[in-house]
Design a protein around this ligand. Structure first.
Ligand SMILES: [Zn+2]
Ligand SMILES: [Zn+2]
Ligand SMILES: [Zn+2]
Length: 430
């Protein structure tokens, strides 16, 4: 075992990287050791060389920022009079600012989701018919529960049940297209999302289902929802990975992206079987315009940005909320998001002030577990397209610099495998 000369190592790494351009640092390092079993090289050294040779992006310098804009005509008063959306700048995007004093412990507003792709344990309960398909609440045998509208004698039985008629009626915005009895092609899509634990795919499917049904039932609602979704912060999946790959050592699973896209297209536009086609036709009386279909499902400009948008905006438990999604991140948040009402399980969220908030102050939540170390928070937050410069991070950056002088070492101490798993589970990231 010997430490290779700098030049030999540079040559070997640049060869490996040019043969495997999509691989991140940890995998290149593993390949290096496998192809030179007599070399002793630390991953730190590999990283330094790859970065100094410009073979990977060296973190902080290059970050792709999401785009966002204010929603025109949004009536915030229906939630609260105490906050106002504001557009800051390109880097920070939009956010929420207090316009009246808010006291610590105060419930600022509560909000129901545009769509809900509930965490998988709740999803499993929905599929077993023991939690409401609409609001995810475990069913209590109140006598008010109702089944899906689909004919129960169908070969493709739908297990969906609802708390009461209200939840049934509300689910008319999406359910028919994701119902195994009414649109059998959707079963494969939902199973795939479940197997891959890919919340963003499931949430995006619900958004598309909602648009298709609004398109034929309620043109005004479609117009309003399109404005909302187009205004959400967005970043494509490739860009999301470019931001975080060098730091997290993740590889995008493009095969899964392709398969997810294919199943979405089958579910909403082109079921593989004749029976499936016939049933879908029964639901969709008026197809989306070709422009809107392209905007939602063109692989690069529609699908990958739609999934990226879900990843940026979904609340941790799987709901997509209009006002909540405005809030920016801080590792020292002044707002916490709670699920306080057992009757609405994961669906309804309550925004509670963690501190007094003065008029003019921005409302911020934490996108990641604030108990994690500085380095780990920074690494995870790059997926949202920013380096956190909250007061707590600025303070801790000084200490981190002493411990790890070069940025390339900022990742030290992270268990990448564990982090990757957590991210995938928590955010449906693929
Ligand atoms: Zn319900
Ligand atoms: Zn159903
Ligand atoms: Zn921070």
């Amino acid at each position: 075992m010997a430490s290779p000369a700098e030049e030999d190592l540079k040559k070997a790494l640049s060869d490996l990287k040019s043969q495997n351009p999509s691989l991140g640092i940890p995998k290149i390092h593993a390949l290096l050791l496998a192809s030179h079993p007599d070399w002793t090289v630390s991953e730190k050294r590999t990283r330094k060389i790859l970065q100094s040779q410009g073979l990977v992006q060296s973190g902080q310098s290059s970050i792709i920022v999401p785009t966002s804009r204010l929603i025109s005509g949004l009536d915030v008063k229906k939630w609260t009079t105490k906050v106002e959306p504001r557009y800051f700048d390109k880097r920070r995007g939009k956010g929420l600012v207090a316009v009246e004093p808010i006291s610590e412990g105060e419930l600022i507003w509560k909000e129901d989701p545009l769509v809900l792709a509930p965490e998988w344990d709740y999803f499993d309960k929905q599929v077993r018919g023991v939690a409401c398909w609409h609001c995810s609440t475990p069913l209590q045998h109140t006598g008010l529960e109702v089944p899906c509208r689909a004919d129960g004698s169908s070969a493709n039985y739908c297990p969906a049940r609802f708390c009461n008629r209200l939840c049934l009626v509300r689910s008319d915005k999406t359910h028919a297209l994701l119902c195994p009895a009414q649109n059998p092609a959707s079963s494969k899509l939902l199973r795939y999302a479940r197997d891959k634990q890919w919340l963003a795919l499931y949430a995006y499917a619900q958004v598309i289902a909602r648009f298709i049904l609004e398109n034929q039932n309620d043109a005004a609602a479609l117009k309003e929802d399109l404005e909302v979704v187009r205004s959400f912060a967005q970043i494509g999946m490739e860009e999301r990975f470019r931001n975080s790959a060098a730091v997290l050592g993740q590889e995008p699973d493009r095969e899964a992206w392709k398969r997810g896209h294919e199943l979405l297209v089958q579910t909403f536009f082109d079921p593989p079987t004749a029976d499936g086609k016939k049933k879908l036709k029964k639901i969709i009386r008026k197809p989306l315009s070709p422009e809107l279909e392209k905007e939602l499902l063109d692989y690069d400009t529609g699908f990958l940005s739609g999934i990226g948008l879900m990843n940026l905006n979904l609340e941790n438990h799987g709901g997509l909320y209009v006002l909540h999604s405005h809030m920016n991140h801080s590792c020292q948040p002044n707002v916490s998001v709670r699920h306080l009402d057992p009757r609405t399980a994961l669906s309804r969220i309550f925004m509670v002030a963690k501190t007094d908030i003065a008029p003019g102050e921005e409302l911020v939540v934490s996108y990641v577990d604030p108990n994690m170390s500085y380095n780990r928070r920074q690494a995870e937050l790059r997926q949202w397209g920013f380096n956190c410069t909250c007061p707590r991070c600025l303070e801790q950056a000084k200490d981190a610099k002493v411990a790890a002088p070069a940025h390339g070492e900022a990742r030290e101490g992270l268990d990448i495998g564990e982090l990757e798993r957590e991210l995938k589970l928590g955010l449906g990231v693929m």
